[in-house]
Design a protein around this ligand. Structure first.
Ligand code: ADP
Ligand code: MG
Ligand code: ZN
Length: 486
């Protein structure tokens, strides 16, 4: 983008809530069932059917609100948003307004130094988060002659989070979305599956001259279902708008779609064609009232938030930001790490195993940590053996760990069975050092003449003579002494 221009970005995120049943009926809320098998008169919009609000969806919405420091409305209300589309059986969507369940709040993201001119976290405000029902799903590509409609998704509970226009670059937008995604997954309120549409994002973007205080005309890019697409679509859109402005043209307010294959946004609907949704209060639902006691109970049950967990690990275990971020990529993985660290008593070593061998195994098998066969306490025993220098890291990794995975007994049992216990006994090592020095008069003489790099070679000889079971640290010490003698 040209210097002198600034991008203003605000995201709207649709989060499918992890409830047993749909928002206004008892139909199951589960992805992947045969089409139109999870429907009833309420979510099919049959005349006379009445909605009943799902308490669990309210609880999950409040959970997010508390986690982002928002106000929880003691009284919020429902609206009908009317439009005509085959996947919307009632002819309207029930959403919240003018007061939402969750008002305000914020998330922190690392500021983008490329646009902020400085590093450090920035606070991205949330305007509100409201409950609403999802629509069904239309498939245009299954039959050449028809569009098919699956109403299993109709009425699935959504929490729409409306972000403030506080983001300033595609990088920040993607970081915001990742932070929100991690938060809802760790809170257990959303499955977070982007491919299945469980977490969907619309991105609003406008440009203005640096220093201006009012916003320019915004474009909304719809349905971005990956972090990468958000970044790419916004980068494209910023360049497109900048080119229009540079040519003295105006940006039209419109809705655009992202064509991932072509790598560009395309106009879908202009402001002139914008729909009038004829919002009006939903007559079939009373206002949603939430008591202070209900909010307090939900607050008391909040889990430790991922950011707080990461900070705690960073300071208690001496872990870097990237290690922490990787450990936090999935709640079950984070929990396993936490259990391993506690059981072995060494968070740094636990992190090394999680990011090394454990991750490698999961990648090779294409599974998540829930399918990892070794319980944290059993792996902790192996980590402890290495930390206590009873076996070498190499032997632990290459000889014990595979057996542990294959169910070959406890780490200690494997070490004993395979005779892997590391020799730290000085007497035994001194004997081997003496033998190796005697067998290598040439290198020893060269070493004493100043070629100190030969120490590594001699250490290797001793380790080899010990069958790979000697404690390298003790070998080093004894050899240094031996070479200094004479
Ligand atoms: P609507 O009700 O039409 O969706 P909102 O005012 O609720 O409009 O804004 C929707 C989203 O657009 C919010 O996420 C907000 O941050 C963002 N937004 C509003 N104005 C701008 C702008 N000028 N540039 C970029 N984003 C904007
Ligand atoms: Mg909107
Ligand atoms: Zn139903």
């Amino acid at each position: 983008m040209k210097p002198g221009l600034e991008a203003i970005i605000g995201l709207e995120v649709h989060i499918q809530l992890r409830t047993q049943s749909k928002l206004f009926c008892a139909c199951r809320n589960a992805y992947g069932a045969p089409p139109n098998t999870q429907t009833c008169p309420v979510c099919l919009g049959l005349p006379g059917a009445l909605p009943v609000l799902n308490d669990e969806a309210v609880r999950l919405g409040i959970t997010l609100g508390l986690a982002v420091g928002a106000r929880i409305s003691d009284r919020s209300t429902f609206y009908r948003k009317q439009y005509f589309y085959p996947d919307l059986p009632k002819g309207y969507q029930i959403t919240q307004g003018p007061v939402a369940l969750v008002e305000g709040g914020a998330l922190e993201v690392p500021g983008d130094p490329a646009v902020r001119g400085a590093t450090g976290p920035v606070r991205i405000g949330l305007e509100r988060a409201h409950l609403e029902e999802d629509a069904g799903k239309s498939s245009h590509d299954q039959r050449p002659d028809a569009t098919l409609v699956d109403l299993n998704r109709a009425g699935v509970p959504l929490l729409e989070v409306v972000g403030a226009p506080d983001l300033r670059s595609p990088q920040e937008a993607s970081d915001f979305l990742k932070a929100l995604h991690r938060l809802v997954v760790f809170l257990g309120i959303c499955e977070g599956n982007l491919e299945e549409g469980g977490f969907r994002c619309d991105a609003n973007v406008s440009l203005r001259r640096t220093g201006e205080t009012t916003f320019g005309t915004r474009v909304e890019v719809k349905n971005l279902n990956s972090f990468r697409f958000v970044k790419q679509a916004l980068a494209f859109e910023i360049e497109r708008q900048a080119a229009l402005l540079a040519a003295g043209k105006r940006v039209a307010q419109e809705t655009r779609g992202w064509d991932a294959e072509a790598g560009e946004t395309r106009s879908q609907r202009t402001k002139e064609a914008a729909m009038d949704y004829r919002y009006f209060p939903e007559p079939d639902l009373p206002a949603l009232e939430v008591t202070e006691a209900e909010v307090a109970a939900i607050r008391a049950a909040l889990p430790e938030l991922p950011e707080a967990r990461g900070r705690r690990w960073g300071s208690a275990f001496g872990l870097g930001e990237e290690e922490v971020a990787t450990l936090l990529h999935d709640p079950a993985f984070a929990d396993y790490f936490e259990a391993l660290a506690a059981a072995c008593g060494n968070g740094k070593a636990a992190a090394t195993w999680m990011l090394g061998e454990v991750s490698r195994t999961l990648n090779e098998r294409g599974v998540g940590i829930r399918s990892f066969p070794v319980p944290p306490e059993a792996l902790a025993e192996l980590v402890r053996l290495v930390e206590a220098r009873q076996i070498s890291f190499g032997a632990a990794k290459d000889q014990v760990y595979p057996d542990l995975l294959a169910g070959g007994g406890s780490a200690e049992a494997i070490v004993v069975r395979k005779g892997l216990a590391q020799v730290s006994d000085r007497g035994a090592i001194e004997l081997l050092v003496t033998q190796v020095l005697a067998a290598n008069p040439g290198p020893v003489a060269q070493f004493r003449a100043g070629k100190t790099s030969l120490q590594g070679f001699l250490v290797g000889q001793v380790l080899k003579a010990g069958g790979g079971r000697l404690d390298p640290k003790v070998v080093h010490e004894v050899l240094t002494e031996g070479l200094a003698r004479e």
